[in-house]
Design a protein around this ligand. Structure first.
Ligand code: GFB
Length: 312
């Protein structure tokens, strides 16, 4: 990408899209194209084709998706598979048809088998059964990376696919029903501190392990890959270590300054026991994450108090 490149960020207001916008704006790119959901419905193929024909972007960050945590995914599987299949199919097809030079597709670590050996290598894809709580979303994302692969094979279209681990950071969703664990815990402990609540409830047993990558590290890697990687292999991106949900809850409580009791609601699902990614492929390309989990949670909490607390 050069300064005058026409760059389209699909999903520019989301957690990932917002971080990508911050990253490429900081680099001084002059023509960054965005559309809000009201301006362009990415589930409408004709509207997407017309948009690409008019705007002719050269580079596309496909960060638009319907995302959510374990409860949202297990409650609305039809919405997750339908919207994600439509969005990615429309954007990949229109990008190819309109002559986009390169598209970056973003998947998720939940594409891998529930009980894959850890850390998870890219080649473990489709070697076992998926985690039931997010199977619909996972299959949509597997279809997306497969479509990128097929368009490269049949048409020589330069699409690359990045599979991030669990993400967090400024601009996250803090709604307690639809969010992921880290923003949910930040909000729960913050509100409990303010209200003086004696306990905070954490879902599940607290034993599952999760890996967390700050979204600014992801955006840095996305810009790096857009410039440096033109291969057909999917790339995992993580930080190389994980924590248990119980450890995470204790860490967030300490950062927020909550001193009450943590209780576990085992009627809520644990989801997959572990999904630590092997990111040696990406590391071998020369990229590495910079934001440590504790620092990332501290800065995200500061952002939440300044912005999120009013919204949610
Ligand atoms: O982040 P999370 O919703 O998604 O849940 P997944 C991670 C773990 O945190 C689960 C526990 O074991 C939850 O039971 N947890 C504890 C909580 N307290 C809470 C809470 O208050 N809210 C939430 N949300 N979880 C998602 C997939 O799986 O990972 C998505 O459903 C996507 O499709 C995403 O792939 C990256 O990590 O289990």
């Amino acid at each position: 990408m050069i300064r005058s490149s026409r760059i389209y960020v699909a999903g520019h207001r989301g957690l990932v899209g917002g971080a990508i916008m911050r990253r490429i704006e900081r680099q001084g790119y002059e023509t960054i194209i965005t559309r809000t959901r009201d301006e362009l419905d990415l589930t409408d193929q004709q509207a997407v084709n017309e948009f690409f024909d008019q705007q002719r972007p050269e580079y596309v960050f496909l960060a638009a998706a319907k995302v959510g945590g374990i409860m949202a995914n297990s409650t609305y599987p039809a919405d997750f598979i339908r919207e994600n299949l439509l969005i990615q199919t429309n954007v990949i097809e229109a990008a190819y048809r309109s002559g986009v030079r390169k598209l970056l597709f973003l998947g998720s670590s939940c594409i891998y088998p529930k009980l894959a050996p850890q850390p998870i290598k890219e080649e473990y894809l489709l070697t076992g059964l998926l985690e039931p709580t997010n199977k619909a979303y996972a299959i949509a994302k597997i279809a997306g990376l497969t479509m990128v692969d097929a368009y490269r094979e049949q048409f020589g279209f330069n699409g690359v696919s990045l599979m991030p681990t669990n993400l967090y950071g400024p601009g996250d969703n803090f709604d307690l029903e639809s969010s992921h664990v880290l923003p949910a815990l930040i909000r729960k402990f913050h509100e409990a501190k303010l209200s003086g609540a004696p306990t905070v409830t954490v879902w599940g047993t607290g034993t599952p392990r999760r890996e967390f990558l700050h979204v600014d590290d992801l955006a840095d890697a996305a810009a790096f890959i857009m410039d440096k990687y033109d291969g057909g292999d999917i790339l995992n991106i993580g930080v190389g270590e994980d924590v248990s949900i119980g450890e995470l809850a204790a860490l967030v409580a300490q950062i927020v300054g909550y001193e009450g009791e943590i209780v576990f609601d085992t009627s809520k699902p644990d989801g997959t026991p572990r999904k630590l990614l092997d990111n040696s492929r990406l590391l071998s390309l020369g990229w590495r994450p910079k934001i440590a989990l504790k620092d990332g949670i501290v800065s995200t909490y500061k952002w939440y108090v300044a912005n999120g607390a009013q919204q949610s």
